[in-house]
Unconditional design. Structure first.
Length: 202
């Protein structure tokens, strides 16, 4: 089981009740998760962004199994309720390593950008919009980020160097298997049209 340690910041505005970040195994941090309330029910919403292509909203990352979604939501809401009492959850220790299950690459050649990737970890969480950049020593992954109100870019997903290296190795393998013709990026995954994913990323 992956160890999920949640940090919650209380922040009330409209139906927003707080913001959460989740550290998984000390190797992966998911930022920008929103804690929402509607009709007296509190739930979580994964961060999303608006596509310039068609105006739809797409998630930066999301659980790919019902079991992991429920486990993630349970941990976040438990931490939220503790935060309301001025408490923090106990730290959990990992009993399972984070592994790269698959990498899907969409070539897109522009300047130093060579494509986009969707990375699946432990067959339970997918990370979209990972940029493939060309560096002096080959291609490398850049985790999705957003521009904040301060004008600075902030990573919505943070990885340890070891995990980044694993993603880089699998990404390079996937790129060798791709056809050489260049296509426009099509890695975006539409946000499911449910109450949980309609909120805009702020």
């Amino acid at each position: 089981m992956l160890a999920m340690n949640v940090n919650v910041t209380k922040y009330e505005k409209d139906n927003l009740r707080g913001l959460a970040s989740v550290d998984i195994n000390g190797n992966l941090q998911l930022n920008g998760i929103r804690i929402m309330e509607s009709k007296g029910k509190v739930f979580v919403s994964m961060p999303s962004y608006k596509s310039n292509k068609n105006g739809e909203y797409f998630q930066y990352y999301h659980p790919v199994t019902k079991e992991f979604y429920e486990a993630l939501e349970t941990e976040i809401l438990a931490a939220y309720h503790l935060a309301l009492e001025g408490k923090k959850p106990e730290k959990k220790e990992a009993v399972e390593d984070i592994e790269v299950s698959s990498v899907r690459v969409t070539p897109y050649d522009k300047d130093n950008m060579k494509g986009f990737a969707t990375v699946v970890l432990n067959e339970c969480i997918a990370i979209h919009s990972v940029k493939i950049l060309q560096g002096e020593y080959g291609t490398y992954p850049a985790m999705p980020s957003y521009k904040g109100a301060d004008g600075e870019y902030h990573e919505i997903v943070e990885c340890s160097q070891n995990l980044k290296n694993s993603i880089k190795r699998e990404m390079r393998k996937a790129m060798k298997e791709e056809k050489p013709d260049i296509q426009k990026p099509t890695t975006e995954e539409p946000v499911k049209k449910t109450r949980r994913t309609k909120s805009k990323n702020r």
